[in-house]
Design a protein around this ligand. Structure first.
Ligand SMILES: C[S@@+](CC[C@H](N)C(=O)[O-])C[C@H]1O[C@@H](n2cnc3c(N)ncnc32)[C@H](O)[C@@H]1O
Length: 217
């Protein structure tokens, strides 16, 4: 088979945000709950000691991280491309009594970036995006951090591609250097790889890897 044949085509790549939104809406709509209902462990580890303020949860999904932050005194805006996810997060915030401290909005971050310098914490957990939207989305998140504030980004790492664990499509993954470049101009930043236990596609125990950027503007 030539490199241009079907076997080399790889996972389907949505043509634009509208198609991507439809994909995510279908994923959320197919189940009562897509994610665990718990905050992401890297957020819990990194944000536990931060003084509360105003936070953005970018690509918030069902709102688990935003609700965890709101329960710790943060005022949080969660935004997501999927209106199904946003409706679910909004309902959950009301159910657990965290609205309006945690609020949610449907937003395509590739065309509707957050306000510049508006947040003490910008968190993006596993927000993998189309390659042509990287600059707009990740750049917009970096600009949304106010001086002294924190940018926390967690992405699945490429080494998971061969590990039999769930991962986003390869075209949406970043190298360590590409992730480091998101925080260019910040006062300090670190990028590290963190291993965590997970379950492989075949149900067996496995190790997944998170690429973690923590930066202070
Ligand atoms: C892997 S999920 C992660 C959800 C949540 N952060 C978590 O860790 O449970 C990625 C989320 O990013 C959202 N997303 C993808 N592209 C986006 C965009 N352009 N603007 C806003 N959200 C987007 C998807 O709808 C999806 O809910």
């Amino acid at each position: 088979m030539s490199a241009s044949g079907p076997a080399a085509a790889g996972p389907h790549r949505p043509a634009d945000s509208a198609e991507l939104a439809a994909v995510w809406d279908a994923r959320y709509g197919a189940v009562d709950r897509l994610w665990s209902g718990r905050a992401n462990p890297v957020l819990v580890a990194e944000a536990a000691e931060l003084p509360s303020g105003r936070a953005l949860d970018a690509g918030c999904g069902e709102g688990d991280d935003a609700l965890w932050l709101a329960a710790r005194g943060w005022t949080v805006l969660g935004v997501d491309l999927s209106s199904v996810a946003v409706a679910r997060a909004t309902a959950e915030a009301a159910r657990v009594g965290l609205a309006p401290r945690a609020s949610f909005a449907q937003r395509d971050l590739s065309v509707d970036p957050p306000a510049v310098g508006a947040f003490d914490l910008v968190s993006a957990q596993h927000l993998h995006v189309l390659p042509e939207h990287r600059g707009a989305i990740y750049g917009g998140l970096a600009r949304a951090v106010r001086p002294g504030g924190t940018l926390l980004m967690v992405l699945h790492d490429r080494r998971d591609l061969a590990a039999g664990v769930r991962h986003p499509p390869p075209f949406s993954m970043l190298s360590e250097d590409e992730l480091r470049a998101v925080a260019e101009g910040f006062a300090s930043s670190t990028v590290e790889l963190r291993a965590r236990s997970t379950v492989a596609r075949d149900g067996s125990p496995a190790t997944a890897h998170d690429l973690v950027l923590r930066a202070m503007r």
